[in-house]
Write a protein that binds this ligand. Sequence first.
Ligand code: GLU
Length: 297
Amino acid sequence: MIPRGRFAPSPTGPLHFGSLAAAVGSYLDARAHGGEWLVRIEDVDIPRTRPGAADAILRSLEAHGFEWSGPVLRQTTRFDAYVSALESLRRAGRAFPCACTRREIGEARYPGTCRAGLSAGKEPRAWRFRTGTEPVRFTDRLLGPFEEILEETHGDFVLLRADGYWAYQLAVVADDEFQGITDVVRGADLLDSTARQVALQQALGYRRPRYLHLPLVLSPSGEKLSKQTLAPPLDDGRAAESLSAALRFLGHPPPAGLGVADLWQWALPNWSLDRVQRAGVSASDPSETSSHDRTPL
Ligand code: GLU
């Protein structure tokens, strides 16, 4: 089977070094094994989408020498597919309407209020997935086996939000299936979503991709680099420097002085997952491991 990987950025801001490291890892994992690599713009959360961010991300990927297969898929073109997926879950008894407001639920796990049906006079606001008590199991290619009882951890999670927007968990699962993704390679911040995605795949009868969660890039103070922590955007004019730093971060220090094309030529035959460390490391000192390592459940 030819591997097919993907990079699926949300256009909430420009790429930063943390997203570059995830993109490089997923690209090399697919392409070093003769596979394909796709780009999907995850613009499903329309209120968080920033105008121009998707184009800036694609320009940045180009500047860093990424080559993707086929057209870029945008989630805003996929709403019909999400409607069908929700309909299948509803027919299978795995999705139910929920009338609870955020205030009623609070920050805690969903208590199952509307599981058995809406109380009289209540209007449906969101749709939720009916989680089970049986453990969901998957094995991460870097971090090993995980097991999670979703009813205890996340509870019945949202598929269609009360504000009318599709939830990331449903969209990503429908799109990975549609695009025939065999290998999901992404940052370890998304490890917490994987059991929910596997449960949805099982309920929908979809294929399950293999999962690989890469270490997170941390700021020198130990925080995850993200748009929320105001990580600086990549400078497309210094693509070779950023690409070498991303390779170093992933345990593949390249020879000094190479340009973008030569860095890829060097990295493709040299890529080996055994050299990628498990823990998050600080971008300024990739040899330093951190306590952000996740303990398998
Ligand atoms: N769109 C998600 C993000 O930017 C990534 C989703 C994924 O790789 O599954 O965090």
